[in-house]
Design a protein around this ligand. Structure first.
Ligand code: NAD
Length: 485
């Protein structure tokens, strides 16, 4: 085991203000009733900034600004001009990526290695990708503008999009929402999660820097009530939500019977299936990436390991050896693999579920791991002896906790993998191409990775089956959610 000297990234690159207003109609403004809340650094519990809490009146103001911008500027603007703004935003994100990555790690608790090398490159790539579509919507497969040679429907923007996102990938979820919406000609009001609003507010500054017309992007901060006011506002045409299945259900009920189009990206409980012929070392890296990336705060995390019985012992031995090398601690240290849990509330949810796992008879194991005194932390953990009836096999833990189950035949693996109300993602590890295809064909999951895990690309659609939601983000499919086709 190597000893690593501390290698902290400097936080001086971030210019944190003591307080932030709401971003409405191109300006930062105070909320109507003056409410606010604090955003803290989950690794130290230090208050980072005071954030405006938007109420129904502020939401209304933001929706009006978005409507005006849609009618007067953004809706009528030719796609090639919208593309120029999106390319400009993408380039500014790249130029300011170090600042954005440090701010993301401060506010969210994720390791700088991940915000710098995963989140930020993907955020920029998303804007570049959808910028490319803005003037080519006619070629996206949803119909062409009528000419003297042919008639028929062609894709039109929806209008004002209300977007609500979670805290696990704050800026990346913003990019997944805003880039396709703007490319398709819509304007947006976005509500970031209450524990991670800071990168969305820096993004608002980037919109100003890019000279994006006022009202095209509005950011209203606040908690669940602010989100509810936004999705229930009568003048939004589209609701896009990423978050928990319970809130997704409430939103589906709230918009039912209205003209609003809805996409939901919800929870998951993915199976990562390791067959007996899989290369063990490679599979172990995939298992670690699948569940310990971003502290396991990943909707598509490989949180259920299904390993073939004949190789279970060998895989678990290698996995434990590998887990003992994971470094937990300061998110800003470039050597850190596992950062802080995003909030006290999330930490208590992880604790509740792991206690249930132990009480129901599964065996809990973590490598020796010293947790910092301040902040919210949870050691990487695996449970063996898990049955399908255990809560830790059924409920989303959303933390660095892996439930291990075994199987004997491919058919049993598929049955166990699909035995969940969710259906967001899955992983398959085997040397045999035919087995990959056979298994993938039978898995009810929106994304299936083979001999890899947690790979994302803006050109590839992402989304769920069953209680993981509906609609797709990313790729050509992601445009459809923001177009009348
Ligand atoms: P959450 O549902 O509690 O909150 C998500 C967002 O919704 C937050 O901004 C919150 O303020 C807002 N909100 C809460 N109540 C609301 C209401 N009644 N109306 C409107 N908005 C409301 O979820 P969370 O704890 O922030 O995020 C974790 C969940 O998100 C996990 O279940 C995870 O699987 C899921 N997730 C899914 C994806 C995906 O793409 N499928 C991606 C990331 C996270």
């Amino acid at each position: 085991m190597f000893e690593y000297a501390p290698a902290p990234e400097s936080r001086s690159v971030v210019d944190l203000k003591p307080s932030y207003g709401l971003f409405i109609d191109g300006k930062f403004v105070d909320p109507a009733d003056g409410g606010s809340f604090k955003s803290i650094n989950p690794a130290s519990e230090e208050v980072l900034a005071e954030i405006a809490e938007g109420g129904a009146q502020d939401v209304d103001r933001a929706v009006r600004a978005a409507r005006k911008a849609y009618d007067k500027v953004w809706g009528p603007m030719p796609g090639r001009d919208r593309a120029k703004y999106l390319f400009r935003i993408a380039r500014i994100i790249q130029e300011r990526s170090r600042e954005l990555a440090v701010l993301e790690s401060l506010d969210n608790g994720k390791p700088i290695k991940e915000s710098r090398d995963v989140d930020l490159p993907l955020v920029a790539a998303h804007f570049f990708y959808y910028a490319g579509w803005a003037d080519k919507l006619e070629y996206a497969g949803f119909g062409r503008r009528p000419t003297s040679q042919h008639s028929g429907a062609y894709p039109q923007p929806l209008g004002v999009a209300a977007q609500v996102i979670p805290w696990n990938f704050p800026l990346l979820m913003l990019a997944w929402k805003i880039a396709p919406a703007l490319a398709a000609g819509n304007t947006v009001v976005l509500k970031p999660a209450e524990t991670t609003p800071l990168t969305a507010l820096l993004f608002a500054e980037i919109c100003q820097q890019a000279d994006l017309p006022a009202g095209v992007v509005n950011i209203v901060t606040g908690a669940g009530e602010t989100g509810r006011a936004l999705v229930e506002h009568a003048d939004v045409d589209k609701v896009a939500f990423t978050g928990s299945t319970d809130v997704g259900r409430a939103i589906a009920r709230a918009v039912a019977g209205s003209r609003k189009k809805l996409t939901l990206e919800l929870g998951g409980k993915a199976a990562n299936i390791v067959f007996d012929d899989a290369p063990v070392d490679q599979a172990v890296e995939g298992i670690v990436n699948g569940i310990f990336f971003n502290q396991g705060h990943v909707c598509c995390a490989g949180s259920r390991l299904l390993v073939q019985e004949s190789v279970a012992e060998q895989v678990l031995e290698s996995l434990k050896r590998r887990m003992a090398q994971l470094r937990l601690g300061d998110p800003l240290d470039k050597n850190t693999d596992i950062g802080a849990i995003n909030s006290a509330a999330q930490l208590s949810r992880i604790r509740e579920l792991t206690e249930a796992g132990a009480a129901e008879g599964a065996q809990q194991w973590s490598p020796p791991c010293e947790l910092p005194e301040r902040g919210f932390w949870f050691a990487p953990t695996i449970f063996t002896g898990v049955t399908q009836a255990h809560r830790i096999a059924r409920e989303e833990i959303f933390g660095p906790v892996l439930s291990v189950l075994t199987f004997r035949t491919p058919a049993e693996a598929v049955e166990k993998a699909n035995n969940t109300p969710y259906g967001l993602s899955a992983g398959i590890w085997t040397e045999k191409g035919s087995r990959i295809l056979w298994t993938a064909d039978r898995l009810r999951a929106g994304v299936v990775w083979a001999n890899t895990f947690n790979k994302f690309d803006p050109t590839s659609p992402f989304g769920g089956y069953k209680e993981s939601g509906y609609g797709r983000e990313g790729g050509r499919h992601g445009l459809e959610a923001y177009l009348n086709v």
